[in-house]
Design a protein around this ligand. Structure first.
Ligand code: F0G
Length: 457
C-alpha cells in the first residue's frame, strides 16, 4: 500500500467532551486567573496545548494493566515488572522509581551536587535548572549555536556544542560533577540530539572521567528522529536506537509523563552503586520505599507497558508527522516557528512575530493570552517570564521568546490540529493590536507558574 495519508494509529473507544465557551467568557476567565493561563480552570480550555506531560491517552492495554497493579508496600510484583521494562530499554543497573521527573532531578542533584559546581547540558529544562540552582550550583546551557537561532534548520539542533563542553571540562574540570544531555531538547524547541553527538559526549566524559546522564523524557521521539535523519540509522528499530542512546550514558532522569505514555511517574536510573545508595536513602525520605517511589503499583504497570508502546514505529511515525503537519501549516501562513518542527511541540517565535513588544514586556505572554481569548487554546510561554529572572533577582531577556504548542500524545485528531492552525494564523493577523504585559506579583522561583500579569496599554 502506498497511500500518503498518515492516519492516527488507533481508534477511539472512550471520549471526553470538550466545553465550548464564548469570547467574553474567556476574557472573564483569564482576568480571574491574573492573566496567567496556568491559573485557568482547565474546563474553560478548548484545546489544551499547555504541555505534553501527563496529558496523553493511555491505551486499552495500559488501562488493563492497571488492574494488575500490586499495591504491596515493599517488593511489589509491579515494581519488578517496571524495573525489568526500564532495564531492558536502558541497561542501567539501579532503577529508582519517582513520582515524576523533577523528583528524580531533585534526588540526583541533592545527592551529588555541592555549591559552586557547574552542570552542563544542551539546554536545562526549567525544573532541572531550578533543582541545580537550589543546591547553589550553576546550570550551564551549551547547545550548538544553530540551536539558538529559531529560523535556522539543522537536523540535530539539540546537539551539545562539543568544543564548548571540552573547554569547560578543561578549564573547570574539578567543578563539573557530571555532564547532562536532554533528549529531545525541550527548551531548545524539542530538537533531537544525534547518536554521533552522544558518542562524542561519551568520549569526552571518558577522557575527563565524568559521569554522563541523559534527561531522557522524550527518548523515543529522539530515537525516531535519529532513524529518519542520521546516516546509517534508517534500518534500525527505534527501540534499538534508544538502547544505544542509553548505552552511551551512565544514568538518566526520566519523566514517564512524556515518553512513558503515563499520566504520572518517572525514574532515576544509574550504574554507580554508591550514588544509587545515597539516592535511595533520600528517596525514602521524600518519595517512598524504593520499590514504589511515590507511585501506586498500578502506575508502575502503566509505565512498564507505556515504555513498550512508545517505541512502536506506527506510533512514532504518526507522532512526529502530526507535529510536523502543524508546523508546515503555520510556516505556510508566514508564522515564524523554530525550524524544523520538534517532536512534541511547535514553538512559535513570539519575539519575531510581535517585534513591537520588547522582550521585557513578554511577547510570549501576549501571544499565549491572545490564543486563549480568541480561540480557547492554551499554550505556554518559554521565554523571558520562564527564564529571564536570575538567582540574584535581576532580570534580562531570555535567549528566545517562544510560545510552545505542546501536543499531548494520542489525544487530539487532525481536525483539532487544523483548528489550532487556523486560530494561530488569525491571532498572527492581529499583529500590532496585541499589547505587552507587566508582572504585578510573582514567586521567587519558577515564577511563570503563578505570576500575575497586567496588560501594558
Ligand atoms: N526534563 C524535561 C526535558 C522536561 O521537559 C520536564 C518536564 C522535566 C524534566 C520534568 O519532568 O514534569 O515529570 O517533573 N516538562 C514538562 C513540560 C512539564 O511541560 O515540558 P516532570
Amino acid at each position: 500500500m502506498s497511500f500518503r495519508t498518515i492516519i492516527e494509529p488507533f481508534r477511539i473507544k472512550s471520549v471526553d467532551a470538550l466545553k465550548f465557551t464564548r469570547r467574553d467568557e474567556r476574557e472573564a476567565a483569564l482576568d480571574a486567573a491574573g492573566r496567567n493561563v496556568f491559573l485557568l480552570h482547565a474546563d474553560d480550555v478548548l484545546v489544551d496545548l499547555l504541555t505534553d506531560s501527563g496529558t496523553g491517552a493511555m491505551s486499552a492495554a495500559q488501562w488493563g494493566a492497571l488492574m494488575q497493579g500490586d499495591e504491596s508496600y515493599a517488593g511489589s510484583r509491579s515494581f519488578y515488572r517496571f524495573r525489568d521494562a526500564v532495564q531492558a530499554l536502558t541497561g542501567f543497573t539501579h532503577i529508582i522509581p519517582t513520582h515524576q521527573g523533577r523528583a528524580a532531578e531533585r534526588i540526583l542533584f541533592h545527592t551529588i551536587l555541592a555549591p559552586g559546581q557547574i552542570v552542563p547540558n544542551n539546554n536545562h529544562f526549567d525544573t532541572t535548572r531550578a533543582n541545580i540552582e537550589v543546591e547553589g550550583a550553576e546550570a550551564l546551557d551549551l547547545v550548538i549555536p544553530e540551536g539558538r537561532i529559531p529560523a535556522t534548520p539543522h537536523p540535530f539542533k539539540g546537539n551539545i556544542d562539543l568544543p564548548a563542553l571540552e573547554r569547560l571540562l578543561e578549564s573547570h574540570r574539578d567543578r563539573v560533577p557530571l555532564v547532562m544531555v536532554t533528549v529531545t531538547n525541550n527548551s531548545g524547541g524539542g530538537q533531537p540530539v544525534s547518536l554521533e553527538n552522544l558518542r562524542a559526549v561519551r568520549a569526552l566524559c571518558n577522557r575527563y572521567q565524568k559521569p554522563f546522564f541523559l534527561d531522557a523524557c522524550r527518548f523515543a521521539e529522539n530515537a525516531y528522529f535519529i532513524k529518519l535523519r542520521e546516516p546509517g540509522q534508517a534500518n534500525r528499530t527505534p527501540r534499538e536506537i534508544a538502547q544505544e542512546m542509553f548505552s552511551l550514558a551512565d544514568g538518566c532522569t526520566m519523566s514517564a509523563k512524556k515518553d512513558g505514555l503515563a499520566n504520572i511517574g518517572g525514574f532515576l536510573a544509574m550504574n554507580d552503586d554508591a550514588w544509587a545508595e545515597r539516592a535511595r536513602n533520600l528517596l525514602i525520605l521524600t518519595e517512598g520505599f524504593p520499590t514504589y517511589g511515590g507511585l501506586a503499583g498500578y502506575d508502575l504497570e502503566a509505565i512498564a507497558r507505556g515504555l513498550e508502546e512508545v517505541v512502536e514505529e506506527p506510533y512514532l511515525r504518526y507522532r512526529i508527522r502530526s507535529t510536523a503537519y502543524l508546523g508546515e501549516k503555520l510556516t505556510a501562513g508566514g508564522v515564524p516557528i523554530i525550524q524544523p518542527p520538534g517532536g512534541h511541540a511547535i514553538y512559535i517565535d513570539a519575539r519575531a512575530l510581535l517585534p513591537h513588544i520588547p522582550p521585557l514586556e513578554y511577547p510570549g505572554i501576549a501571544l499565549v493570552n491572545a490564543l486563549y481569548v480568541e480561540a480557547g487554546i492554551r499554550a505556554a510561554e518559554i521565554g523571558t517570564v520562564m527564564f529571564g529572572r536570575h538567582p540574584d533577582g535581576t532580570e534580562s531577556p531570555a535567549a528566545m521568546d517562544l510560545v510552545r504548542l505542546a501536543i499531548p500524545r494520542r489525544v487530539y485528531t487532525q481536525s483539532h490540529i487544523d483548528y489550532v492552525a487556523e486560530a494561530v494564523l488569525h491571532v498572527a493577523s492581529l499583529g500590532r493590536s496585541l499589547r505587552g504585559y507587566r508582572i504585578t506579583a510573582s514567586a521567587a522561583v519558577l515564577r511563570h507558574f503563578t505570576a500575575q500579569f497586567e496588560r501594558v496599554l
